[in-house]
Design a protein around this ligand. Structure first.
Ligand code: BG6
Length: 499
């Protein structure tokens, strides 16, 4: 295959200014946890380094672990870069230990907030980040409400809620209704970090800032679409969470469905958060529901067995630390999805995601139809055009076209036109999303109705699997592309996965 490298041609590239929020602080519940140290602190520090945090910024960590401000700072410092800038950042970090279900904990928080607001001249603007296990979301929101910390008398009070947002349709409705007792929808930021990835945001630009794709973006020209989110990692140290969650809840109901929506929504009338989220809602509503009597023809679940990753033997899922040997939790899902609307009628969308797979790859492949009448002779290349949107790694996109190969008169080959982002240009998804929440832009966050309908789609599947237990759970070798039943899902339609 030939390759063509494309460079940016517009000299405004890299000069777009970010908006610096005027004021705000962040209070993280779950501050001693993995998400805080791995993602949130590095993202917030990067915003600080880029001078994108408000001058009034400070951060309070909340958790049970018994730290003082000093010992919490030391813990953060131990796992971060050692620089003067970071030491400066640490001066804005505080910590309160306590029990999430104890109202006095929130009174302490309120007092601390009022002192720090004065010290840093923060105009009562606060973000409460729920980075805890979801079982404590309800007590936290209730206690924050009772302490009047969710009121917006002077400044803003917003909450960022991590996934999983509920574990099925009813529980997600319940969580929404609890949140709405204390907060308006405009105060709630349901985070899906995939929406913060540069390459995912670029889908909207690619589709709606160019004229060449949209006329082709429908059932007349697109044969099918594949969405793959594969990881080499296994369950790691998250057994407790993952074994009671499974891959469908962990990846499909949120990240995979968001990717599907970005590819398939109708053009919104503007970039306004609600304009985009209205289109997403319409789209998810038009996905054909899974037929309870025929679920297995449309969705395959698997669990990894032993195998080789990066040249090393790895354990099967049910022998990983913290996992029961008879666990039937799925670590892989692939599915065929149909969208019953005018644009996508008859176009299959094949989605797959799994742990312990062959490589780390998040990619959307738009496979166009073949030409209707081929004049170049059968023996020559008849490959379709494919647009690959690489979410990670090799962030960017590729477009495969057929072109003449120099030499013999009728020699043709696939030409790959590639655009790659420079990885250092791409801030982490959490940076984008935390910055947006401080600015008050909800575009990349999930609205209550969008959350409800996405759970509604997958709840029948979850119920079916809970009923079947081990039946219809297929095993795949670690380091492979999933169980053979997933290959069959697409092969039965005369197509193959693009790996
Ligand atoms: C998280 C899931 O939301 O996304 C994890 O809980 C998964 O299980 C992760 O590993 C993948 O994210 P990324 O950004 O590494 O593709």
């Amino acid at each position: 295959m030939w390759m063509l490298q494309i460079n940016n041609v517009n000299d405004t590239y890299g000069k777009c200014e970010e908006i610096k929020p005027l004021s705000g602080s962040v209070i993280i519940f779950g501050a001693s946890g993995d998400l805080t140290s791995r993602k949130l602190i590095p993202a917030i520090f990067n915003l600080f380094r880029r001078n994108l945090l408000p001058d009034s910024f400070y951060l309070i960590g909340m958790a049970r672990s018994d730290f003082s401000d000093e010992t919490f700072r030391e813990k953060i410092y131990a796992s971060s870069e050692k620089s003067e800038k970071f030491s400066e950042f640490l001066k804005r970090i505080f910590y309160i230990s306590g029990d999430y279900s104890d109202q006095t904990y929130y009174l302490k928080l309120k007092k601390r907030i009022s002192e720090l607001d004065k010290k840093f001249k923060n105009n009562s603007n606060h973000i409460f980040y729920f980075a805890t296990p979801p079982v404590v979301y309800l007590p936290i929101i209730k206690m924050l409400g009772h302490a009047e910390l969710t009121d917006e008398k002077t400044g803003f009070s917003r909450v960022i809620v991590e996934k999983p947002f509920g574990y099925d349709y009813n529980s997600s409705l319940e969580l929404n209704s609890e949140l709405h007792k204390y907060l308006k929808e405009s105060q709630i930021y349901r985070i899906d970090h995939y929406l913060g990835k540069e390459t995912v945001q670029n889908i909207l630009m690619l589709r709606f800032a160019n004229t060449i794709f949209e006329p082709l973006w429908n059932y007349k020209y697109i044969d099918h679409v594949q969405i793959t989110v594969a990881e080499k990692l296994g369950v790691e140290n998250r057994a407790g969470y993952f074994d009671s969650t499974g891959l469908l809840r962990d990846m499909f109901q949120n990240h995979m469905l968001q990717l599907l929506s970005m590819i398939t929504i109708e053009p919104p009338y503007s970039l306004d958060a609600n304009a985009i989220r209205d289109e997403k809602k319409k789209l998810i509503n038009s996905i054909r529901p899974f037929d309870r009597n025929n679920i297995n023809s449309y969705i395959v679940r698997g669990q990894y067995s032993d195998g080789i990753i990066d040249g090393k033997s790895v354990l099967p899922y049910n022998r990983e630390t913290g996992i029961n040997s008879d666990s039937y939790t799925e670590t892989f899902v692939s599915s065929k999805i149909l969208i019953d609307n005018w644009r996508w009628s008859g176009v299959p969308f094949y989605l797959r995601s799994g742990k312990r797979m062959n490589k780390k790859l998040s990619r959307i492949a738009i496979v166009f139809k073949k030409v209707p009448h081929y004049i170049f002779g059968n023996e020559l290349n008849t490959e379709p055009n494919v647009l690959l949107l690489n979410i990670q790694p090799d962030e960017g996109f590729e477009f495969m076209v057929q072109a003449k190969q120099p030499g013999s008169k009728l020699c043709m080959n696939t030409l790959n036109m590639k655009f790659r982002y420079n990885p250092s240009d791409s801030p982490d998804a959490y940076e984008r999303l935390i910055l947006d929440s401080l600015i008050g832009d909800q575009t990349l966050f999930v609205r209550d109705d969008g959350m409800g309908i996405s759970w509604k789609l997958f709840t029948p599947v979850l119920e079916d699997w809970a009923h079947r237990k081990q039946n219809n759970l297929f095993y795949y070798s670690s380091g492979s592309w999933g169980p053979s039943e997933s290959e069959a899902l697409i092969k039965n339609d005369g197509r193959t996965w693009i790996n």
